[in-house]
Design a protein around this ligand. Structure first.
Ligand SMILES: NC(=O)c1ccc[n+]([C@@H]2O[C@H](COP(=O)([O-])OP(=O)(O)OC[C@H]3O[C@@H](n4cnc5c(N)ncnc54)[C@H](O)[C@@H]3O)[C@@H](O)[C@H]2O)c1
Length: 302
């Protein structure tokens, strides 16, 4: 018995890194997996169907069930085809893991239009397009009285957004948007029985290896003992969120090594107020103290 027996899962960006580990574990836990990957370079350029097919070959060699998808999930056509492929191949869709991503880091003053647009497109649009296609299918199933699917969506955000990394204004903005998308999607799709959560992972992949100033734990696997930054450490929690019985919904988590931490969404921590409209002069006296209200960012240990 696997934790994901009888579940059909689409995983985007599953040809490498974290997505590949999710796909291998999902299949080992009994899911039928559509392994999607455009196969581009870390900056999003180019395409290659080989990485997705290699993961499918690995899954099949281990006795699992998987098919490859080379679709670009940032286009409506690609995302719709991906969701339809799961339904055509396996008869249903239960789980969508939005994971595909690229990086094009630059300080704001030097960032090109293309560096901004490409990162926003792959992450924000690349999450929205498959989410919309899956949500339309799940709404139709709910309206037809099919309550058995118990759908799950797991999105991929990042501490680069939620903890505001300089040099990544495109990526961080997109990743914060994905955290908000997750909570809004839960509020909209709850009526169809869909559970939507997001993870902020930390792991050794080609994206983190190329990031300047990255920690030694990411750069080098230890010779012995627990490899905290092994991307495979992140996948069990993603698989748990994908199980039909998981009670968690509308939440955002940091996941790395053996740590799973729950984020609080944006919250008001202090206010000034009056019964009427402020003048600028009044605000200069009353509001200035908000500059000194401390934030407890609750940084994860790494
Ligand atoms: N590695 C980390 O520590 C870390 C931290 C925070 C967030 N993330 C996020 O985790 C996700 C996975 O990243 P990773 O570190 O495994 O990187 P990775 O480069 O190893 O894997 C990302 C995969 O996404 C694919 N992809 C890119 N654009 C695509 C598109 N348009 N359509 C289909 N596939 C596409 C790439 O070909 C690649 O195989 C990303 O969303 C990334 O931003 C990773």
């Amino acid at each position: 018995m696997g934790a994901l027996d009888d579940r059909v899962a689409v995983i985007t960006g599953a040809g490498r890194g974290l997505g590949r580990e999710h796909a291998l574990l999902f299949a080992a836990e009994g899911a039928k997996v559509v392994v999607n990957d455009l196969g581009g370079a870390p900056d999003g350029s180019g395409s290659d169907a080989t990485p997705a097919q290699q993961v499918v070959n690995e899954i099949r060699a281990a006795g699992g069930v998987a098919v490859a998808s080379p679709d670009d999930i940032t286009t409506a056509g690609g995302a719709n085809a991906l969701i339809q492929q799961a339904i055509d191949e396996f008869g249903a869709l239960h789980v969508l893991v939005n994971n595909a991503g690229i990086l094009r880091d630059r300080m704001i003053v030097n960032m090109t239009d293309g560096e901004w647009d490409d990162v926003i497109r792959v992450h924000l649009r690349g999450h929205f397009m498959p989410l919309r296609a899956a949500a339309q299918y799940w709404r139709a199933q709910a309206k037809a009285g099919n309550a058995a699917l118990r759908p799950s969506v797991i999105n991929t955000s990042s501490t680069s957004g939620l903890f505001n990394n300089p040099g990544q204004v495109n990526y961080g903005s997109a990743k914060s948007g994905i955290a908000t998308m997750t909570i809004i999607a839960q509020r909209e799709l709850d009526r169809y029985g869909v559970k939507v959560n997001a993870i902020c992972p930390a792991a050794r992949t080609r994206l983190t290896l190329a990031t300047p100033g990255i920690s030694d734990a990411i750069l080098h696997a230890p010779d012995e003992g627990f490899d905290v930054m092994d991307p495979a450490n992140v996948s069990p929690f993603v698989a748990y969120l994908a199980t039909a019985d998981c009670p968690i919904k509308g939440r955002v988590f940091f996941v790395a090594g053996g740590d799973i931490s729950l984020f609080q969404p944006f919250a008001i921590i202090d206010s000034i107020s009056k019964d009427g409209k402020w003048t600028v002069e009044e605000l200069a006296t009353e509001a200035a103290r908000l500059a000194d209200v401390p934030f407890d960012l609750g940084q994860p240990r790494l």
